[in-house]
Write a protein that binds this ligand. Sequence first.
Ligand code: ZN
Length: 61
Amino acid sequence: MIEKACSTCHFITKENVCPKCKTSSLSDDFSGILIVFDPEGSAIAKTMNIKEKGRYALKVR
Ligand SMILES: [Zn+2]
């Protein structure tokens, strides 16, 4: 299964619908993977408005 990134919240998933924001606008054309362990303590997570642990794409086209 190919992984896709949500174009709204950048969450990386193998589902056809984003489990976070329930949108189906996913793209397999993404670059950069950000793994968030500690959303509260991560400056990047705050910048990207990430509030939950997980894997996120830095850029989604
Ligand atoms: Zn999403």
